[in-house]
Design a protein around this ligand. Structure first.
Ligand SMILES: Cc1ncc(COP(=O)(O)O)c(C=O)c1O
Length: 362
C-alpha cells in the first residue's frame, strides 16, 4: 500500500534521540533551546517557543495575546478542528467564515463581513501547504486594529511573496505531528517577532511560572521534550529537501492527471506551496463518487484521504449556531480527495497512481 501520509524519519533521527537519552535530559533542556533558535532562524523571525503540540501553540499564542471571554476570533470553516477549538479553549467564540473556492483558504471578503466590535483576532490557516492571501487579510486586520495569527501547522517552509510563513502576524503556530512536513513525534512551535509575547507564551506553556515555583498566571504543561527537539533539529535540516520532493510529486500529478472533472490544486500567484497534502476535487463531471474512487484506489494499493469531510461549523461541537453559512466549505467537504504526496512517494509510485486514475473505468 502506498500510504497517504508517512513521516520521513530514519537513522539520523534515531541517533539524535539516542544521544539525548544518554544525557539523561529527557524533559525540556538545551536541545529545545537550540531547536527554537534554529527554527526561528529558518522562519526569519526573532523568537520561537517550543511546545508539545500544534494545538498548544495556538492556545498559548491566543492566551498570550489576551484572547478571552467575550472576544470573537474569525477562523476559516474549512480547516482542522484545532484552529477553532484553540479559540474555544480561551473562552472566546470562534466565528467561522468561508474560504475561497480556488485555493481553499480564508476569504478576505468574508473576514471583512464578519468583523465587529468583539473581534479580537483573525486566524488565517496556510492550508495543505499553501499560504492564505496574507496581504489583504493583514491589511483588513491592521485597519480594524485586530490581531492576525497564522496557523502554520501544515506549511513549514511555505512562502508568500518570497517570505516564509510564520512571520506575518502577531504569532505563527506550527505543528510537528508525524504527518506534517516535518515532525518531532508530537510537538508545536510559536513564532513571533515580539520578545514580550514570546516570554508570555513560554510562561503559559510552563504552568504560568515566572520564577522557580512562583506562578503569576494560569498556565499549562505544554512543554516540548528534548527528545522531540532532537528529532526536530534533524528534520529541520532536511525540511527543504523534503518539501522539494513533495513539490516534485505534486508537479507530476498536476502535469499528468487528466481524468475528466478532476480538479488539481491551484497555486496562488507569488506563493510557494509545500504540499502538506495534494488535495484534488471531484467536480460534477467526474464519473464516480468519492467512496467508489477511494475503494478502487485502496484495491489497487493506493491510500487516499479526505481533508476534511465536515467543515468546522457543521461539527456537532459547533452546530448550535444555525446562522453560520459557508457554502464553499460545505461543497468542498463533499468533493475533496487527497492523494499520497509525501517524500516517501517515488516517481514510480506517482506514475502508477496517475495511470491508475487516468485509466480507471469506474
Ligand atoms: C491546520 C491545523 N491546525 C492545528 C493543528 C493542530 O496540531 P496538533 O495536531 O499538533 O495539535 C493541525 C494538526 O493537524 C492542523 O492541521
Amino acid at each position: 500500500m502506498i500510504p497517504v501520509a508517512k513521516p520521513a524519519v530514519g537513522d539520523d533521527e534515531i541517533a539524535a534521540v539516542a544521544a539525548v537519552m544518554k544525557t539523561g535530559m529527557l524533559a525540556t533542556g538545551p536541545e529545545v533551546t537550540q531547536f527554537e533558535e534554529e527554527f526561528a532562524g529558518y522562519c526569519d523571525v526573532e523568537h520561537a517557543v517550543g511546545v508539545n503540540t500544534g494545538t498548544a501553540a495556538l492556545h498559548v499564542a491566543l492566551k498570550a495575546l489576551g484572547v478571552g471571554h467575550g472576544d470573537e476570533v474569525i477562523v476559516p470553516a474549512f480547516t482542522f478542528i484545532a484552529t477553532a477549538t484553540s479559540v474555544s479553549m480561551c473562552g472566546a467564540k470562534p466565528v467561522m467564515v468561508d474560504v475561497d473556492e480556488h485555493c481553499y483558504t480564508i476569504d478576505p471578503d468574508e473576514v471583512s463581513e464578519h468583523l465587529n466590535a468583539k473581534t479580537k483576532a483573525v486566524i488565517g490557516v496556510h492550508l495543505f501547504g499553501q499560504s492564505f492571501a496574507v496581504e489583504p487579510v493583514a491589511e483588513i486586520c491592521a485597519d480594524a486594529d485586530v490581531l492576525l495569527v497564522e496557523d502554520c501547522a501544515q506549511a513549514h517552509g511555505a512562502l508568500c511573496k518570497g517570505k516564509k510563513v510564520g512571520g506575518f502576524g502577531a504569532a505563527g503556530c506550527f505543528s510537528f505531528y508525524p504527518t506534517k512536513n516535518m515532525t518531532t513525534g508530537e510537538g508545536g512551535m510559536v513564532t513571533t517577532n515580539d520578545a514580550a509575547l514570546a516570554d508570555r507564551c513560554r510562561r503559559i506553556a510552563n504552568h504560568g511560572q515566572s520564577d522557580k515555583y512562583l506562578h503569576t498566571e494560569l498556565g499549562y504543561n505544554y512543554r516540548m521534550t528534548s527528545i522531540g527537539a532532537a528529532i526536530g533539529r534533524v528534520q529541520l535540516r532536511k525540511l527543504d529537501e523534503m518539501n522539494r520532493k513533495r513539490q516534485a510529486n505534486a508537479a507530476y500529478y498536476t502535469k499528468y492527471l487528466d481524468a475528466p472533472g478532476l480538479k488539481t490544486p491551484a497555486i496562488r500567484a507569488g506563493c510557494a506551496h509545500v504540499f502538506h497534502q495534494y488535495v484534488t476535487e471531484l467536480k460534477d463531471a467526474f464519473p464516480a463518487d468519492r467512496e467508489t474512487v477511494m475503494a478502487y484506489l485502496r484495491e489497487k494499493g493506493i491510500g487516499s484521504a479526505v481533508h476534511y469531510p465536515m467543515p468546522v461549523h457543521r461539527q456537532p461541537l459547533y452546530a448550535g449556531d444555525p446562522g453560520v453559512r459557508c457554502p464553499v466549505s460545505e461543497d468542498l467537504s463533499g468533493r475533496v480527495l487527497s492523494l499520497p504526496v509525501h517524500p516517501g512517494v517515488t516517481e514510480e509510485n506517482c506514475a502508477y497512481i496517475v495511470a491508475t486514475i487516468n485509466g480507471a473505468e469506474w
